[in-house]
Design a protein around this ligand. Sequence first.
Ligand code: 13P
Length: 341
Amino acid sequence: MSERLEEIAVKMVADGKGLLAADESTSTIKKRFDSIGLESTETSRRDYREMLFRSDEAMTKHISGVILFEETLYQKAADGTSFVDLIKKAGAIPGIKVDTGAKPMAAFPGETVTEGLDGLRERLAAYHRAGARFAKWRGVIAIGENRPTWGSIKANSQALARYAALCQEAGIVPIVEPEVLMDGDPGNHSIDTCAEVTEKVLNTVFADLYDARVNLEGMILKPNMVIDGKKLRQASAAEVAEKTVKVLKATVPSAVPGIAFLSGGQTSEEATAHLSAMIANYDLPWKLTFSYGRALQEDALNAWGGKSENVAAGQRAFTHRARMNGLAALGNWKKELERAA
Ligand code: 13P
């Protein structure tokens, strides 16, 4: 595996490939397992992730890298193979979520700031030794009455920039993820409000990345799509694509090699359709792809249901979504292809 930041970043957004966000924290994966009535234990978490990472076709053809939670980075498959080796054997790059979560921001009711900078230099060195070559940090911005405030945008943006600089010092490509939520409170904001907020957030983030001396060629941006609130959801795929591309073109320097979207609560098919619409219809200065959590995993989780006899069904579901998103990353997804599972 190449060690230059720029080369790792380019590999992360290779043609027709994207990232699998499997970095749910212990509390988030518990929520996902609750939905299928499965207890979250170290073993059930291992079994679930092993099912995904052993989906050979998905992993070798459509997944360029996997974002892991710390527990998984150091975990082994049932036969004793480390997950890091399993992922590398599939030709994908292991990555690691390094933030410690969005915490209530003092003096800013209803807003959060993401923590995890203390001791990060030492943790990054250990993660690099364990095989991680990229990292993720997610700042969270919620749209609501009189929100987001400038204070919360700035605090989250500066944390992202400090994190990104530390990653690059450690030889790790930072995924910079400033997520404007589509389900803030009340969650019925228009797509134009999302566009306005996303533009302001991305402008702030790139100014702070510059001030922090981050090498833009050695990072990946992971933004939300520009989309209306979860309780509204009227925008067509064409409108989401048009408004997302417009905001990104206005804010993201072309030195950034790739943009890998989060799915953020869109349905699996919506997330695929939106990505494909952008790539098929616009001339873009960066690679666009997916870095989905829920939109890659939901069908697989449901097909598996926590039962060993359903591992093959779970892998089929995951492979299908990975293939659909791989096609989307080339701008070649069509609704008719969804049926040919
Ligand atoms: P979703 O695609 O489920 O939003 O998750 C991606 C992610 O990594 C959020 O931090």
